[in-house]
Design a protein around this ligand. Structure first.
Ligand SMILES: [Zn+2]
Length: 452
């Protein structure tokens, strides 16, 4: 009897899923690209990563996937968005940010946003995100309980940052009411490992000092994250200076709002002192370059932020200002824009961009021990992308191909917690025909009211 036969009979370990891949890009800090390697999943976690020749001897599995032209990467982490707004995709384009918000988005939200809208819109957004290789998303929207249930049903990992505003919306009537309802959502998902709940105060201009102070106290007590749109546009900063004599970030710093639990979205208007302030307080920056470009908000100085040691992650923002949830496209834009803005071709390299879209997002949310890279002991949040299209060849470096050449339709498989959410481009947890029907129904209703 040969050695391998002995192994076959007596020593094989059993996996739930065993994936044989052409490349595994681990994003574990080493810049390793493992060729002809396999990944074993046991109980939702990565149990082994080893050469395929050894995996075939050492492991058996309930499900085996052979992906001979594919790269496995950690699933993307979309750190900033408003998922249900996918139902407003293309509803109002090519407008200045404040006109877009005040005259179009907020009135439409007042008219249409309810639990059904969030139920349907979040599922539509999740379908798009899964098809584009995203495994974790952050959502800042009304009816966060409905979004959380959608995430559980769809199987994605999710951070819900519930809105807080000074003024009423369909979901809550004043800042105290938003906080009260949000704390109920914290309780609701307390025992769900795949769902984080934190505070999502909208912006410095829409939340006054009282509720901000309360959010500081409560987020510390509950040990939860806080996310806010900050310094999104030059107008936001100049209006605050006119009104209060202070730039918004100064006001937030004086209130004691800056901390490692704070995720600052956008940050297109920053001076050197503000960059130091963010770095010293350990805040993360969530960079949404396509939303910033489309609304002409400005350019976040990504290379400078990274030089200062700030954790920079990527988000798509909502579909109403992007108009897609394509993390691969967003990451490419981030890389190209960082070079132009920093006047430095080495800024946000292909590797740096991939890290920003994966492990840096996990760091921003404080879940880097669970996800964001492919390492033994982490949850199996994985995306597989085919690299054998003519447009990708030849493949000198799969990371370069991924960031600069590939497109999101090349993702074939996605797993979260080891559970397959997309298999050969077919969604396993969400119903594509139903989503198309519901999107069509919402479009008819919303179009009719805007014309009438
Ligand atoms: Zn946003």
């Amino acid at each position: 009897m040969t050695t391998s036969a002995i192994n076959n009979n007596h020593e094989k370990q059993h996996a739930d899923t065993l994936i044989h891949a052409r490349w595994i890009i681990t994003v574990d800090g080493s810049k390793a690209i493992l060729e002809d390697h396999s990944l074993a999943v046991v109980n939702g976690q990565i149990a082994a990563i080893l050469p395929t020749s050894e995996a075939k001897i050492q492991w058996s599995a309930d499900n085996t996937q052979t992906l001979s032209d594919h790269a496995l990467i950690p699933g993307f982490i979309n750190t900033h968005g408003h998922a249900a707004m996918s139902l407003f995709r293309g509803m109002s384009d090519d407008l200045p940010i404040m006109e877009w918000l005040n005259d179009h988005i907020w009135p439409a939200e007042g008219q249409f946003v309810n639990e059904d809208f969030v139920h349907d819109g979040t599922r539509l957004a999740m379908a798009e995100m899964i098809r584009g290789g995203t495994t974790t998303f952050s959502d800042n929207y009304f009816y966060p309980d409905a979004a959380g249930h959608a995430a559980l049903e769809g199987g994605m990992r999710c951070q819900l940052v519930f809105p807080v505003l000074d003024f009423p919306t369909n979901w809550a009537k004043d800042a105290a009411n938003y906080i009260y309802k949000g704390l109920e959502v914290v309780d609701l998902f307390r025992n769900q490992d795949s769902i984080l709940v934190g505070f999502g105060p909208h912006a410095p201009y829409s939340v006054s000092d009282g509720p901000i102070k309360e959010i500081i106290t409560l987020s510390e007590q509950l040990d939860v994250n806080v996310q806010m749109h900050i310094h999104e546009s030059a107008l936001e900063v100049s209006e605050a200076v006119e009104k209060t004599g202070m730039r918004p970030l100064r006001r937030l710093a004086d209130l004691g709002f800056l901390s490692p639990r704070l995720q600052c979205t956008h940050m297109t208007q920053l001076n050197e002192a503000e960059i130091q302030l963010i770095a010293q307080n350990g805040c993360s920056v969530l960079h949404c370059p396509e939303s910033n470009l489309k609304l002409a908000s400005g350019f976040s100085p990504i290379a400078r932020l990274q030089q200062a040691g700030i954790n920079v992650a990527i988000g798509t923002d909502g579909c109403a200002s992007n108009n897609d949830l394509d993390m691969l496209g967003e990451t490419r834009t981030a890389s190209l824009l960082a070079k132009a803005v920093g006047q430095d071709a080495t800024a946000l390299s292909a590797w740096g961009a991939l890290e920003a879209a994966t492990i840096n997002g996990a760091r921003a949310m404080g879940i880097e021990n669970q996800t964001g890279s492919l390492e033994v002991g982490k949850q199996a949040d994985i995306a597989a992308i085919a690299m054998n299209e003519l447009e990708n060849l030849p493949v000198y470096n799969p990371v370069s191909q991924l960031i600069y050449t590939a497109n999101r339709n090349q993702f074939t498989h996605v797993w979260v917690n080891g559970k397959v959410l997309m298999e050969d481009r077919h969604l396993t947890t969400l119903d594509e025909a139903w989503l198309k029907q519901r999107a069509g129904e919402w479009q008819k209703r919303i179009s009719a009211s805007r014309q009438g």
